[in-house]
Design a protein around this ligand. Sequence first.
Ligand SMILES: NC(=O)c1ccc[n+]([C@@H]2O[C@H](COP(=O)([O-])OP(=O)(O)OC[C@H]3O[C@@H](n4cnc5c(N)ncnc54)[C@H](O)[C@@H]3O)[C@@H](O)[C@H]2O)c1
Ligand SMILES: O=C(O)C[C@H](O)C(=O)O
Ligand SMILES: [Mn+2]
Length: 621
Amino acid sequence: MDPTKIVRRKSIISDSKTSHVHSHTIKTPIGEQPKVGVPKYTRLSVDGPIECDLHGFQLLNSPLFNKGSAFTLEERDAFGLTGLLPPVVNTLDEQVERAYSQLHYLKTPLARNDFCTSMRLQNKVLYYELVRRHIRELLPIVYTPTEGDAIAAYSNRFRKPEGCFLDITDPDSIDERLAAFGEAKDIDYIVVSDGEGILGIGDQGVGGVRITIAKAALMTLCAGIHPGRIMSVVLDVGTNNERLLKDELYMGNRFKRVRGAEYDEFVDKFIQAVKKRFPSAVLHFEDFGVTTARPILERYRNELPCFNDDIQGTGAVVMASMTAALRLSGRELLDSEILIYGAGSAGLGVADQVVSHMVIHGSSIENARTRIHCMDRQGLILDNMQDSTSPAQLSYADSADEWEGVNTRSLVEVIKKIKPTVLVGCSTQASAFNEEVIKEMYKHNAKPIIFPLSNPTRLHECTPEDALKWTDYNALIATGSPFEPVNGYVISENNNCFTFPGIGLGAVLSRATKISRSMISAAVDELAAGSPAIKHSKAGLLAPLEVIDETSAKVATAVILKALDQGLARVEDEESPEGGKVTVPRDFEGCLKWVKSQMWKPIYRPMIKVEHVDAIHTHQY
Ligand SMILES: NC(=O)c1ccc[n+]([C@@H]2O[C@H](COP(=O)([O-])OP(=O)(O)OC[C@H]3O[C@@H](n4cnc5c(N)ncnc54)[C@H](O)[C@@H]3O)[C@@H](O)[C@H]2O)c1
Ligand SMILES: O=C(O)C[C@H](O)C(=O)O
Ligand SMILES: [Mn+2]
């Protein structure tokens, strides 16, 4: 960059004594702020230079702005960094290479996870570029499955806080705690958990904050949500995890989970505070417990743009893989029988999504429901189990009369009678799909569709290798965690990371008033349409991780077009950052191009020193 430019701009700003003067045009994407009035994050524009009033150590310690050894000589001069850095100026490529080789000195996945966490807290651009370039290798480090171990060890490995901590003993402070992250137009996306149902490892108390951080990081990595406009929140309502309650280092509230009215009021206060403080933010619920996830979603789904990732994100990715697998096996969705093993948040989310999809494709709700069969701890869910099952489970109950004399606790016996086309595992029961089970599926299907989804890896109901071996390599498999290919068959990860980023981005960019079932179905169809297995049977049911940003952009486009179609989008009521109203192209390709132009990318942008930017300096800086 031409150093004189910096000086000139600097003098313009300091002469005017205001932060609102721009001597250049910064193109701000929709996720960021208009120039005047709410200047907050304008300096983080995607295309233009960043205005920054930080200096010296303050700047080096601000992960959103820090470039480390990549600060140019002119920037070092302007920002008081010259004596704080060795003389060589590195490129981002060189930094990524160095970081990647440092990572490889570390031998365990958890040590690598720690390294990546530090990197995220030091330099966001470098972190996201490092993970993006090595996504297949590093996603399992920063996300499922390693993140599960990091969560379980949260209080022991803790170094630096990330996220927002809301405490049930102090409900009146919710707004004050959220305020540290900004005001109305500062936040696009919030991930929240109460830590009760983390992956398949259950109650992790305050450590659940890390799943919200991991999911938020994926929103940036896979969907280009600006890393400074996203928030991770944990609701600390206690924990029932005895190990944590006894652990001297445990950092959360050391009492049993608060339940009932007090819990509901706390959640409600949080929701109302979000609606007031961040009215355009999309809220993502993650890893709530099996008894709270669904009621919370039902209570708020029409009140603000929100979705539950375990229910809807999982339902959507499974439905998309199922669509692709059915096509490969020559079966029709409406003629299929689906057996869901483990009818908790994820299992019932899958069931709901299948019903919703069947209805969209011409079935009645009643007929669709009879095609779905659920098993849980008590065996097959039957209509005489009112006392032991939830209303949501009961809506998929089979008739007890028809099952008289059959051992409905035995998965094999249930498969014998139903002859399901698809078997989905969300039970957290490792090895539940044993050889007998898989072979029984194979008896009834030339290409059985088998999705063991329980995370982390060790809890999968079967391994892809076994399922393929036991079916002479005919099973169509997708898993919950990453697996290596088996005999040339790519194993798709049926993880909700293929859906929540695109659904979330679509809801953010359309400024959706709510996230409707049709918006989620549009995401499913788009994801299924991109299945590589349709062209090559060994290629995997979902598009590969390497193109996940492209996949998310397409999913977001489908979601936006549906939101506009249903009158649920507010984006065209808004002022565009360049002035005038925003107009979203209605054709898919045009809209996709617009979506991509809004996505944040991990590149270094030139930085301009200004005296003062009227923006809050949250921890995120
Ligand atoms: N791949 C993905 O994207 C994805 C998404 C969400 C959840 N998951 C995984 O799915 C699993 C379940 O998650 P969840 O959020 O639904 O949890 P959950 O606790 O809501 O559901 C688990 C269900 O399994 C049932 N179960 C327990 N033991 C059983 C048994 N022996 N037989 C049958 N059912 C049994 C439980 O009663 C419960 O209803 C976890 O391992 C989670 O990591 C994967
Ligand atoms: O976090 C994941 O990897 C997927 C899912 O949300 C889960 O809870 O297992
Ligand atoms: Mn989850």
